[in-house]
Write a protein that binds this ligand. Structure first.
Ligand SMILES: O=C(O)CCC(=O)C(=O)O
Ligand SMILES: [Mn+2]
Length: 192
């Protein structure tokens, strides 16, 4: 496997991880069975609504703080457990929870951040599944100005971030310049 990052972390991309049939099935299953909500976040002391819908599922009763909000997990669904089993075989870890994101259209996005909450420990392994519309994922190095890489996350793909990635790189899903349909992203994590 070849990392997409030149230094300071490891990112691996599997474009055809799920078949198109599986991906469409999972997409509609999750679209309907998940209680999607638009949650507020604190930005520079002000509460604003997140530019996407989210949900938090996992096998722990511990709550999790994310971008200034605390999320209480819903239990795993059968769909999420099936997906989790399949990615764990490649990631070689056991995930304890997942943050679910629904980008309704091209205007929904996720700003620059690292997944470095203390509940994730040092050098977390993060497994990210993409279903539905293709969106661009951008990574930029924190110190090395201009060190940037981007890739299109397609339907049925799996992205694995590990090593020191969350210490040295920020990532984001920018708004899309052209109209796109909905996309579901699942980021599996390990809460310690
Ligand atoms: O939608 C994506 O691919 C990224 C999601 C993400 O970075 C996150 O949930 O922390
Ligand atoms: Mn993230």
């Amino acid at each position: 496997m070849i990392s997409l990052l030149p230094q300071d972390g490891e990112v691996y991309y599997f474009s055809d991880f799920f078949t198109p049939e599986e991906s469409i099935h999972y997409f509609y299953k999750l679209l309907h069975e998940i209680e999607w909500k638009q949650e507020p976040i604190k930005l520079f002391g002000k509460e604003i609504m997140q530019p996407r819908l989210t949900a938090w599922h996992g096998d722990t009763q511990k709550s999790y703080s994310y971008s200034g909000i605390t999320m209480n997990p819903f239990p795993w669904t059968e769909t999420l457990l099936n997906i989790k089993l399949k990615i764990e075989a490649v990631a070689e870890v056991s995930f304890t929870s997942a943050l679910l994101n629904l980008y309704r259209d091209e205007k929904d996005s996720m700003g620059w951040h690292k997944d470095d909450e203390k509940e994730l420990g040092t050098n977390p392994v993060i497994g990210s599944v993409s279903l539905g519309a293709t969106r661009t994922f951008v990574l930029k190095h924190i110190r090395d100005n201009g060190l940037k890489t981007s890739l299109d996350l397609v339907n049925g793909s799996f992205l694995l971030m590990k090593g020191e990635t969350q210490q040295h790189w920020l990532h984001s899903i920018p708004k899309n310049s052209t109209p796109v349909g909905p996309r579901i992203n699942l980021t599996f994590r390990i809460l310690i």
